[in-house]
Write a protein that binds this ligand. Sequence first.
Ligand code: NAD
Ligand code: UFG
Length: 333
Amino acid sequence: MKTIFITGGAGYIGSHTAVELLESGYKIIVADNFYNSNINSIENIKKITGKDFNFYEIDICNKAELQKVFKDNEIDAVIHFAGYKAVGESVANPLMYYRNNIDSTLSLLEVMQEFDCKKLVFSSSATVYGEPEKLPLDENCRLMTTNPYGSTKLYIEGILKDLYTSNNEWGISILRYFNPVGAHKSGLIGESPNGIPNNLMPYIVKVANKEISHLNIFGNDYSTKDGTGVRDYIHVIDLAKGHVKSLDKLFRDESCLDVFNLGTGNGYSVLELVNTFIKVNNVEIPYQIVERRPGDIAECYADPSNAKENLKWKAELSLEDMCKDAWHYIKKN
Ligand code: NAD
Ligand code: UFG
């Protein structure tokens, strides 16, 4: 049985991936410093799966703490989720983003090298495509970023490519996520940002729950199907399964440096998401159209064919599932 070390495993995508890994027969070790999560998700991963695992409350930037994890456990591969992810905050405080996202990755890579663990899955983002060169976006599209958060992802991708060039015994899978939404069916783990959310789905959920009076839709004058922004929303469970498939490939291959888009390939507008949420959950979402949000692009969706062909992975869950499961999680919590 292979053992996977999950950094940031108490967070939104990490906790769902932990469940899928345990249910696929992997052993896991999880680390998080609870900067953007708490111990409940660790307990709930155990509750959902009925399986136990070691958890370390550590900062991934801290090499000595990481070395202890690698000394205590025989680790076959790592999935690196730990990092900060709020675009606006990264514009206001770029150094905090460069320090945490890049430092944690460098510490992790150095310790992996020291312990001869050379298989890594890295959480990148569709944000590395910036203003899309063409649609749908494939992995060879031009890369550019428009904010420090995105730059951390692009720099780390570069670091990983240099590392592989220096020693091609590494097996590295860079996963570029599109827009993850939804929650586990149990309602025990999901996305629950503190305060006022930046992203659309958590905002809609708070409006439906009457914690916020209405949704502001940022612009209806884009050249899209109905004028509102279009994105490739992907259920977090499908995304989690993509990680299992990419690990399976890392263990099959001698070595590799792969890049995969993880998206559905479908673009939905803000209004389509809002109307689907209203319909499947039978709730009200009052909204108003306001100015465009600075830095937003009109449209962004994936060409997921590389993952389909080489990972044998395809997103299965619908926009209705995403809306139902996001709402179920909030009602339960
Ligand atoms: P999240 O904030 O829910 O999870 C990240 C976890 O990492 C949190 O639990 C946080 O406490 C932890 N963490 C942060 N810095 C740490 C450190 N130095 N040491 C230990 N733990 C630390 O975010 P998420 O949505 O689950 O995202 C996971 C990864 O996927 C991130 O790297 C993010 O940039 C990337 N990503 C997310 C999205 C998205 O929309 N959610 C899209 C593309 C890429
Ligand atoms: N939107 C609104 N009102 C809101 C929030 C969002 O109308 O209150 C609109 C946006 O203008 C956009 C769409 O909803 O058209 C989606 O916005 P999100 O903020 O949910 O997502 P983004 O595509 O802007 O960005 C997200 C993450 C980034 C990541 C990117 C691609 O925040 O970090 O997906 O993965 F890079």
